[in-house]
Design a protein around this ligand. Structure first.
Ligand SMILES: *Cc1c(COP(=O)(O)O)cnc(C)c1O
Length: 405
């Protein structure tokens, strides 16, 4: 086990077997010598424009501000960065397309990925179909069962879905298995990681590919409202949509809020609030906050939203938490469902359950920031994805709790 640069304060690094060091060094060189060239950047920009549908819209959500804060004391306005309008319905395609294009330019003949809910698997399978690269997606056997529609989507896109039967047979086991496969086939295989986590250079690479979200939103806020937002709010699973929107605002006088999944509540055993309730540890090749027991065993995470159901978090967020630059809150399953319902009814937008966690805390962000600034504030929410995939989960929840009003 070795540690190398690529750290955010005390977090990040590379805690991997020696055999993977070579592959990570090679990827780092690819980022430096290929990804950052003008040619690569203009090819990627054109794919993002003509295929993904970027730039995505910035939507003013006055009715939502009014519904969340009827007195107008805390929230002057809410703005939405519409990643749900991306091809495949979420921000994940920004990252997958960038990494698969890089893999192709690096001469890799095969791409592998891990997936939990299947969203990153679908994004990777989509990019591989477009760029004509064979794709294999590792997915916990339990998730293969739970997420049948996304398994069907991946297969239709030509990807091979590999069910993982080890451990709890969910996302963390799929990621372990993908790392194992990569060690074995490292010469001709690229590993497309789905969030701003994993060993260096993945957290930086994914953040670099997702920062288009914040760059666009910052420019559009200035153009359309004449000012930056007072606060930016995003949900945090591994942390890729959050770091993507936040990076553009780190040097501004803009309050940054990440919202984790509190599941049944952070005081219970069933949550995924890694930064709120976790401890420092190593998971998937990087030091960060993790959910673990007293013996350091990684614990199962729980959230109604499969995309936030991860016992780790990207190392940059761990650092931003410790420095206080970003405030991390946690929303329960119930708060997320209520927020998703409110956004649907007030704005006509079905948001992903992941995204709904961010919306669940917008009123609180308004209270905190208006108290600090002495006036009602504007909040920009990263609307990371659309909610069609969650209609089954939502229906079951609303039925169990007596139905929607
Ligand atoms: C996967 C997913 C997330 C969580 O992943 P991050 O890496 O934390 O962004 C959030 N929203 C949507 C819509 C997702 O699909």
């Amino acid at each position: 086990m070795t540690t190398l640069p690529g750290t955010f304060g005390a977090y990040g690094g590379r805690f991997v077997a020696e055999t993977l060091m070579f592959a990570l060094d090679e990827l780092e060189a690819g980022v430096r010598e290929i990804l950052r060239t003008d040619e690569f950047q203009s090819t990627l920009r054109e794919l993002l424009r003509a295929y993904v549908g970027r730039p995505t819209a910035l939507t003013r959500a006055r009715p939502l501000a009014t519904a969340l804060d009827p007195d107008g004391v805390g929230l002057a306005d809410v703005w939405l960065k519409r990643e749900d309008l991306c091809h495949t319905g979420a921000h994940k395609i920004n990252n997958a397309l960038g990494q698969v294009l890089l893999a192709k330019r690096m001469g890799k003949a095969r791409v592998i990925a891990e997936t939990g809910a299947g969203q990153h698997g679908v994004a990777t399978a989509t990019a591989c179909a477009l760029l004509d690269v064979p794709c294999e997606v590792f997915m916990g056997a339990v998730d293969v069962e739970r997420q049948a529609p996304n398994v069907a989507r991946m297969k239709m896109l030509g990807a091979r879905v590999v069910p993982v039967e080890t451990g709890s047979r969910t996302l963390k086991d799929a990621m372990n298995e993908a790392l194992r496969d990569w060690v074995t086939h490292v010469a001709h295989t690229a590993y497309c990681v789905g969030s701003a986590a994993g060993p260096h250079p993945y957290p930086s690479l994914v953040a670099e590919l997702q920062r288009v979200i914040g760059d666009e939103a910052r420019a559009d806020m200035l153009r359309e409202s004449g000012a930056l937002p007072d606060a930016v709010v995003a949900c945090v699973g591994g942390g890729s949509n959050a770091i993507g929107v936040m990076r553009a605002f780190l040097d501004d006088d803009v309050a940054l809020y990440g919202v984790e999944a509190a599941g049944d509540g952070v005081g219970t055993a069933r949550h995924a609030a890694t930064l709120t309730r976790g401890r420092v540890g190593v998971l998937h090749g990087a030091r960060s906050y993790v959910l673990c027991d007293d013996d350091g065993q990684i614990q199962e995470a729980h959230s109604i939203s499969a995309g936030l159901d991860y016992p780790g978090v990207g190392p940059e967020h761990a650092h931003l938490r410790d420095t206080g630059r970003v405030t991390y809150l946690a929303a329960t399953d119930r708060e997320a469902v209520e927020a998703a319902t409110l956004v649907a009814r007030r704005m006509g937008i079905l948001v992903a359950l992941e995204t709904a966690h961010a919306f669940a805390k917008v009123a609180e962000v308004g209270r905190r920031e208006s108290a600090r600034r002495g006036r009602p504030v504007s909040a920009l929410v990263c609307l990371s994805g659309r909610g069609d995939k969650d209609l089954g989960t939502l229906g079951a929840w609303l039925e169990a709790s007596g139905g929607a009003r």
